[in-house]
Write a protein that binds this ligand. Structure first.
Ligand code: AMP
Length: 174
């Protein structure tokens, strides 16, 4: 199946100059979703994952399906202030300003192998912050998998520089 046909390019969203990769046509195609979920699950098995961490918001579409398929815990990584219990926190720089992600302190345990899932990697800031959160809990970021990798924005280097393997099902020029 040609998954890239199911990614819609939307110009100037959410602001002028951004080419947004809209995954909703893919979400609307059950067969494509099954293929993506299976590919992510195969990857998680190969990485010997013991938990699947999904990043708010679009990582939440894929990660729970992968975790359920493998019978593994799904761990939500959320924007600051959204998780109700005690959290560890990591902030990272954006083009303008900064953003903060959190994970529950009891979400992972020491030495647990975690595969990180999100829809897309651009600069790698979001996934890099997730790697730091996993490490703050002494767990092991065993790999990161994305539906889409935007080349030329440094995301791969950002994660590989932190010693984390990166894989993506589709790659686009920025
Ligand atoms: P980054 O932290 O720069 O790697 O950005 C990754 C996050 O931003 C992901 O959660 C994506 O959902 C979102 N994102 C960044 N750029 C785009 C884009 N061009 N199209 C769609 N989503 C994007």
């Amino acid at each position: 199946m040609n998954l890239s046909q199911l990614i819609r390019d939307v110009e100037d969203y959410p602001k002028p100059g951004i080419l947004f990769r809209d995954i909703t046509p893919l979400l609307a195609n059950g067969e494509a979703m099954r293929e993506v979920t299976r590919a992510f699950a195969d990857y998680a098995v190969a990485m010997k994952a013991e938990a699947i961490a999904g990043i708010e918001a679009r990582g939440f579409i894929f990660a729970p399906a992968v975790a359920a398929q493998l019978g593994l815990p799904f761990i939500p990584v959320r924007k600051e202030g959204k998780l109700p219990y005690e959290c560890v926190t990591h902030s990272y720089d954006l083009e303008y300003g900064s953003d903060t992600l959190q994970i529950h302190t009891d979400a992972l345990h020491e030495g647990q192998r975690v595969v990180i899932v999100d829809d897309l990697i651009a600069t790698g800031g979001t996934a890099g912050a997730t790697v730091e959160l996993v490490r703050k809990l002494k767990a092991i970021p065993a790999g990161a998998i994305f539906l889409i990798e935007l080349d030329g924005l440094g995301g791969r280097d950002e994660l590989e520089g932190r010693g984390v393997r990166v894989d993506a099902l589709l790659r686009y020029e920025e």
